[in-house]
Design a protein around this ligand. Structure first.
Ligand code: NAD
Length: 240
């Protein structure tokens, strides 16, 4: 029986790499991204992939996505809630509308997707993975909305893991610096500051998601927040 996964924010970066990795692992795919993100082009070599182009923060999106998946494949085994945005502004400039938009896209949409997919995920004894950030745990200045949304995701993940137990495992991945652009353009110092000796790649996150959605490999793991950051959150930094 083919397993089916939904990946949001799949047109670029971590979501794109994760969706392609799950396809290589043998999953049937539904992918979701904004209408102008070029999603269908990126998946044209995967013929039976469902491409849903919409905004995760709109109320219509999750019900439409789950209904489309169930109509085509009749099952949904995994949801990877990856779509996310960042607004970086001093709090005096960050408008309430901008704060709400970040929370809507990064946090509320994940909650509503879980709520909408609950029945299908329970029936499949499936899994959900949320993508937070090490910014849930530590901060640079001017990142309040993003950090709050990602901290919320870590907490939402363990709440869902308990509420949806024992049918559905729910886990979070918190990436550190994952270079989604030109990896060759990074400076030696960018790599050297990481205890792991390099900046992360989307594949580093995709590998963990691949493991988390597969109950044969990670069946005893739920409610976890797995930090994938090359060790940066374990490194003390004081100015000399
Ligand atoms: N790259 C990093 O260093 C890093 C670090 C920590 C966490 N993350 C998180 O990982 C996730 C993916 O990040 P990335 O670096 O691959 O980002 P990215 O910008 O390369 O890709 C994000 C994708 O989400 C889509 N998206 C944004 N808003 C959307 C919406 N409202 N509806 C539907 N799709 C939407 C975008 O179009 C894009 O394709 C995000 O949640 C991000 O916060 C990234």
């Amino acid at each position: 029986m083919d397993r089916v996964a939904l990946v949001t924010g799949a047109a670029n970066g971590i979501g794109l790499e994760t969706a392609k990795r799950l396809a290589r692992d043998g999953w049937k795919l539904a992918v979701l991204d904004l209408p102008d993100a070029g999603l269908p082009d990126k998946f044209k070599d995967l013929g039976d992939t469902i491409c849903i182009t919409d905004d995760v923060a709109e109320d219509r999106t999750a019900p439409r996505a789950v209904a489309t998946i169930m109509a085509r494949f009749g099952r949904l085994d995994a949801v990877v809630s990856n779509a996310g945005i960042m607004v970086r502004k001093p709090i005096a400039q960050l408008t309430l509308a901008e704060w709400r938009r970040v929370l809507d896209v990064n946090l509320t949409a994940t909650y509503f997707l879980a709520r909408t997919a609950e029945q299908a995920l329970r029936a499949a004894k499936g899994a959900m993975v949320t993508i937070a950030s090490t910014r849930a745990l530590m901060s640079e200045a001017d990142t309040e909305s993003y950090s709050a949304s990602k901290g919320g995701l870590v907490a939402l993940t363990h709440a869902l893991a308990v509420s949806l137990a024992p049918d559905v495992r729910v886990n979070c991945v918190s990436p550190g610096w994952i270079a989604t652009g030109d990896y060759a353009a990074l400076r030696p110092a960018d790599h050297a500051q990481h205890p792991a000796g390099r900046v992360g790649k989307p594949e580093d996150v995709a590998e963990i998601v691949s493991w988390l959605v597969d109950g044969n490999r990670s069946g005893f793991v739920t409610g976890a927040n797995i930090v994938v950051d090359g060790g940066m959150t374990r490194k003390m930094i004081y100015a000399e």
